[in-house]
Design a protein around this ligand. Structure first.
Ligand SMILES: Nc1ncnc2c1ncn2[C@@H]1O[C@H](COP(=O)(O)OP(=O)(O)OP(=O)(O)O)[C@@H](O)[C@H]1O
Ligand SMILES: Nc1ccn([C@@H]2O[C@H](COP(=O)(O)O)[C@@H](O)[C@H]2O)c(=O)n1
Length: 233
């Protein structure tokens, strides 16, 4: 599909649970690019902190998290069944453990720690060095790849986002309420936008996509138009 000589970086940022990963993965499959879910990396560090006593009763001990960082090695391995890479910590597959409400409730405090961001941003920049990547997160177009050729900023109504995430979690058999899910989304957006280091914000040159009333296929039709325009210029 895409000319390999002109592989670009596509940054997909935006609010929690608005469909960034779903869309970034679909774009990567369509273009033959690599998809990187940077939220999974912050979640993996959070899970490790929870499992190693650096988060107790919901309280994040920042110093303890920083001390753990050297013991955390994050890798990705492509899983053909999912059509995306699974995340591993120190060789252990953690993909199925990082999306619980417990991790979601702590991840924004872990991701606000400067040392955590420094480590993960450096990894992300290395992963995108050869270009041809679609990377989703909160600071991809502003900090990780400020020169990304195409930047999307995704949003959707909070109630729509909560409903989608609730369906997803309960569909996987997790026990959560709609109120809990919506509260988590609101709190994470607020924390991610107000942290001191690399807060979530729309890059000046990002294109906004509100997908509240769009299917993924409609999003793709919109995107391909933007992509073709970009590649012509
Ligand atoms: N256009 C859409 N219409 C309906 N449901 C969608 C759409 N896009 C994504 N979803 C669903 O919404 C849920 C959240 O999507 P996804 O995990 O991609 O969001 P995200 O922005 O990456 O979330 P987070 O930042 O919290 O990880 C998933 O269950 C996904 O299947
Ligand atoms: N580039 C990023 C990506 C994520 N975060 C933080 O991780 C949390 C979880 O991300 P999801 O995409 O899986 O929801 C998110 O709420 C942020 O706190 C980040 O800071 N930067």
């Amino acid at each position: 599909m895409s000319d390999t000589k002109h592989r670009i970086i596509i940054a997909v940022d935006g609010f929690s649970s608005c469909g960034k990963s779903t869309f970034a993965k679909a774009i990567a499959a369509r273009l033959g690019y690599i998809f990187i879910d940077t939220g999974a990396m912050y979640r993996a560090v959070t899970l490790y902190a929870l499992e190693h006593g650096a988060i107790r009763s919901g309280i994040v001990d920042e110093e303890a998290v920083v001390k753990l960082l050297d013991r955390i090695s994050i890798t990705f391995r492509f899983n053909p069944e999912r059509g995306a890479s699974d995340i591993y910590v120190n060789g252990d597959l953690v993909e199925g453990k990082i999306r619980t409400i417990e991790v979601s409730n702590c991840v924004s405090r872990v991701s606000a720690i400067p040392e955590v961001r420094r480590k993960l941003v450096a990894m992300q920049q290395e992963m995108g060095r050869r270009r041809g990547v679609v990377m989703d997160g909160r600071d991809i177009g502003t900090v990780v790849f400020p020169d990304a050729e195409l930047k999307l900023f995704m949003t959707a109504d909070t109630a729509v986002r909560a409903c989608r995430r609730y369906k997803e979690l309960t569909g996987k058999g997790m026990s959560v309420t709609m109120e809990e899910v919506e509260r988590n989304i609101r709190e994470r957006d607020k924390a991610d936008m107000s942290r001191a280091v690399s807060p979530l914000r729309q890059a000046d040159d990002a294109i906004v996509l509100d997908n509240s009333h769009m299917s993924v296929d409609e999003q793709m039709a919109w995107f391909m138009n933007e992509f073709q325009l970009k590649m012509k210029n």
